[in-house]
Design a protein around this ligand. Structure first.
Ligand SMILES: NC(=O)c1ccc[n+]([C@@H]2O[C@H](COP(=O)([O-])OP(=O)(O)OC[C@H]3O[C@@H](n4cnc5c(N)ncnc54)[C@H](O)[C@@H]3O)[C@@H](O)[C@H]2O)c1
Length: 392
């Protein structure tokens, strides 16, 4: 069986998730499209790179990501750094003919996203942007129902991604609150996951009307590059610096197919942890999903008799999307790891079968154009058209 040599850059939270996926993928999906081999991990922090190589079972480590690009034996470059270095690494990887898995959001700016997309396209490498939540089996089941026409013509939708890890003003100013490193705040960090899911399920977004807010204008500075996601707190005497991105983002969106809806993203919603939800209403029924109950899809069909119509719960299992590789009993428990394992499986399959996979850099670029329109609309407070993807 073919081996794919992996070079992973950035040894933090996502490095852990992706490393587990490389190890676990062949255990779930057999025969595997290829066996991932964890060859090199890079981090600018040498101790982090060294520890990660040991913990995540990489054959070697480096503090310079160029070593991965220059290694002729590396097949896949996996970008798990903060957003400000995605573009430079991805463009260099594409020019070296390496396939690229890049964490979301794709880039800091739309011009970077365009350059990344064109570099990959012109160098004929496969790409994937790690919007893994759409690979939850229940979300894939929602897609199946929609494609089969089970809920008819889609009329409207609402989506949320609500968390509370930054609601405390003492939650530190990590890279996720600095525009030059992250690009945008709640919007890019979490809102884009919902945009990806609803764009996938409903259709292309054409215009948006948005509001953003920054409720906590200063936070205690966090030392070190790796984001603790609010798990370490600064004290009252900590040095504080300005937050220059949104804490909250809320917008209406219109789609090319006439459907419209609302999306809300915040990391300051006390009591919400990873509250990714959507509800989609069609002419023949409705679909409802909540990631905090991710084994379940709620569906309601208009054709059911008046005396029994209502939401029913379908637990995903072996007869549902990806069920053949996952667990043999419905509701046994789909986790974050499974979504990353499925992502890894689909990406390795795309490489081995020389096929495009979604979401790829084109999708990542399209989502950057939507994010750009959202931030523009939040400034001007008027409906704003989403620009089209440039093909050259
Ligand atoms: N798909 C998801 O669900 C999900 C979840 C969390 C984060 N993310 C995305 O993953 C990416 C990484 O986030 P994270 O939470 O793992 O971050 P993190 O802060 O935990 O880790 C980032 C690591 O990158 C290293 N780094 C920074 N610059 C580097 C460089 N130039 N070269 C090599 N290493 C460098 C840092 O030292 C740090 O160890 C971000 O783009 C983020 O938006 C996605």
């Amino acid at each position: 069986m073919k081996t794919l040599n992996i070079g992973l850059i950035g040894a933090g939270f996502m490095a852990k998730a992706h490393s587990v996926a490389y190890a676990g993928m062949p255990m779930f999906f057999w025969p595997a499209p290829a066996i991932p081999f964890k060859k090199t991990i890079a981090d600018i922090n040498e101790a982090a790179a060294r520890d990660a190589a040991e913990k995540f079972a990489f054959a070697s480590y480096t503090t310079d990501w160029h070593d991965i690009i220059n290694d002729p034996d590396i097949d896949v470059v996996d970008i798990c750094t903060p957003n400000n270095v995605h573009a430079e690494i991805a463009i260099a990887a594409a020019r070296s003919g390496k396939h690229i898995l890049c964490e979301k959001p794709l880039s800091l700016t739309t011009s970077q996203a365009k350059e990344m997309y064109l570099a990959a396209k012109n160098n004929h490498v496969k790409t994937m942007v790690a919007f893994n939540y759409r690979r939850t089996p229940a979300v894939q089941l929602a897609k199946k129902y929609i494609e089969e026409g089970a809920i008819g013509k889609i009329l409207d939708f609402r989506g949320t991604y609500l968390q509370d890890w930054s609601a405390d003003p003492d939650s530190p100013l990590s890279w996720r609150f600095q525009k030059d490193i992250c690009g945008s705040g709640a919007l890019g960090d979490i809102g884009t996951h919902v945009v990806d899911m609803l764009r996938y399920l409903v259709g292309e977004f054409t215009s948006v009307n948005a509001r953003t807010a920054t409720y906590i204008p200063e936070r205690p500075v966090q030392s070190g590059m790796s984001d603790s996601l609010g798990n370490t707190k600064g004290g009252a005497d900590s040095i504080r610096q300005s937050v220059d991105v949104d804490d909250q983002c809320c917008f209406m969106a219109e789609c090319a197919n006439g459907a419209f809806g609302t999306i809300e993203a915040t990391r300051n919603a006390w009591g919400r942890n990873n509250y990714i939800t959507f509800e989609i209403h069609g002419s023949e029924g409705s679909i409802c999903f909540n990631y905090e109950r991710r084994d379940e899809l709620q569906v309601c069909f208009a054709k059911d008799g008046d005396d029994r119509r209502g939401f029913r719960t379908v637990y995903t299992g072996p007869c549902h999307p990806y069920g053949e590789g996952l667990w043999p009993i419905p509701a046994l428990g789909i986790g974050y790891t499974e979504t990353k394992i499925i992502e890894c499986y689909d990406f390795c399959k795309a490489i081995m079968q020389d096929q495009e996979v979604s979401p790829n850099f084109r999708d990542g670029y399209a989502i950057e154009l939507i994010s750009d329109a959202i931030l523009e609309s939040a400034k001007t407070r008027v409906w704003t058209k989403v620009k089209e993807v440039a093909e050259n």
